[in-house]
Write a protein that binds this ligand. Structure first.
Ligand code: SF4
Ligand code: SF4
Length: 202
């Protein structure tokens, strides 16, 4: 989306690897049929009020859980979770991540390295402002649906591959079924699996 909402940190998280694939995915991450939801970070709901962003498109279950009913646009609140998608921090130092199942989000992992750095920085900024936030959101994210462990991590400024035991450690209890097909996609999902895309083989 070019005309997207704004986060409370005024960083909409738009990136080219996502824009290039929206024709295929049909904005799957903005649809809420599969038990998925948007996490509001601790303090975000309250901050949204202060920065005067509209929230009519969002339905809040409480100040940490929301779903969205129509596309956000400039002047609307875009939750931080949306701006981080398809990644989400998986540990309290935001060096390990979850990534959306690639049968829902078609962006190959190799095109998400810069995004990983950006989410790391934003998550630490948030933690500084709201101490304890990362511990809380990592615990809450265990209820997410449709994510897998991201195969890369940050070690100081280096990008390293995750070890099998590290991947296992952050695997969520609920995943999409083996025969999951995303209803939002506009064409065939052949070649896309939970953890890879055809481009990952290039
Ligand atoms: S599902 Fe992935 S590619 Fe599609 S809009 Fe969302 S982040 Fe972008
Ligand atoms: S606020 Fe709604 S439309 Fe905007 S990015 Fe999030 S889910 Fe998508």
């Amino acid at each position: 989306m070019y005309n997207t909402g704004n986060t409370v940190l005024n960083d909409d998280g738009v990136f080219s690897a996502c824009m290039e694939r929206q024709v295929l995915c049909g904005y799957a991450c903005c649809k809420f049929r599969g038990g998925n939801w948007i996490m509001l970070l601790p303090g975000e709901y309250e901050l949204a009020d202060e920065v005067d962003l509209k929230t009519d498109h969002l339905a809040f279950q409480d100040n940490l859980h929301a779903i969205c009913s129509k596309p956000c646009k400039n002047g609307d609140l875009k939750p931080m979770d949306c701006s981080w998608y398809p990644l989400f921090p998986a540990n309290e130092t935001a060096t390990k991540f979850l990534v959306a199942d690639h049968r829902k989000c078609p962006i190959p992992n190799k095109h998400l390295i810069d995004k990983m750095r950006a989410v790391h920085t934003a998550a630490l900024t948030w933690e500084k402002r709201f101490p304890g936030a990362l511990k809380r959101i990592v615990a809450l994210s265990r209820d997410f649906v449709g994510y897998k462990p991201f195969p890369y991590k940050l070690d100081n400024q280096s990008v390293l591959e995750m070890l099998p035991e590290e991947l296992l450690e952050i695997t969520l209890p609920t995943e999409f079924s083996v025969d999951y097909v995303c209803m939002e996609w506009t064409s065939n999902q052949a070649g896309y699996t939970a953890t890879s895309t055809p481009e990952d083989e290039d």
